[in-house]
Design a binder for this molecule. Structure first.
Ligand code: ZN
Ligand code: ZN
Length: 208
């Protein structure tokens, strides 16, 4: 139980708050580590593929040691609470997918959430929302795991280890960019935002 509390506290400390989404990632991480019988990845023994950029990813990073910065956390923008973690040494991988209905939502909850996140909630509504969230959080932490997740051992094609790439300078914004990510625009190097003229990304509506 101590280990449980300690791990959870570390995840909360890293993430900055307790929330149901963090709990999803926390339980998923505990399951994959147990299934792979591995500890935290010191360097790059484990690799995680996450299909969401929501809160749970922070627990995955803390518990598995797979992080965006080390290059052994791969983000796929699928909007699904699905976490696959593979062990480079054994070649084993486990895919943990949140089941539909894992966190029951009723109409009241959904309405309340809209009001809270649009800044229109009264203090009473905020408090009620907080109580909902606390209940959802406890449910995710305590429910039998097969109620919450589909767990499968899967073959995983191991991505190449992170490498360092040469960088070039974008002719349009003057910022350095990894050569492998650079595009050519009118015969000159361009970073992707300049080449495609799109925003810098990473905008997302926080979801709980
Ligand atoms: Zn959160
Ligand atoms: Zn540029």
């Amino acid at each position: 139980m101590d280990v449980f509390i300690d791990d959870w506290d570390r995840a909360v400390a890293f993430h900055g708050h307790k929330c149901p989404g963090l709990a999803i990632g926390y339980r998923a991480a505990k399951i994959v580590l147990r299934e792979l019988a591995a500890g935290r990845a010191g360097d790059e023994e484990l690799v995680a593929i996450v299909e969401t950029d929501a809160c749970g990813v922070d627990a995955i990073q803390v518990l598995t040691g797979c992080t965006l910065g080390k290059g052994n956390l791969l983000y796929r923008d699928y909007g699904k609470h699905v976490f696959t973690v593979g062990d480079r040494q054994s070649g084993a991988a486990v895919r943990v997918a949140m089941k539909s209905g894992a966190w029951p939502e009723d109409e009241n909850y959904r309405n309340l959430r809209v009001r809270v996140f649009s800044g229109r909630a009264t203090p009473e509504e905020k408090e009620l929302f907080g109580r909902y969230q606390e209940r959802r959080l406890q449910h995710i932490l305590e429910a039998p795991e097969e109620e919450i997740f589909k767990i499968e051992h899967v073959p995983l094609k191991m991505p190449e280890k992170a490498r360092l790439f040469n960088s070039v300078t974008c002719a349009y914004c003057g910022e350095p960019v990894a050569e492998v990510r650079a595009r050519l625009k009118e015969g000159r190097y361009a970073c992707i935002p300049c080449a495609e003229n799109y925003s810098r990304g990473w905008e997302s509506i926080r979801k709980y």
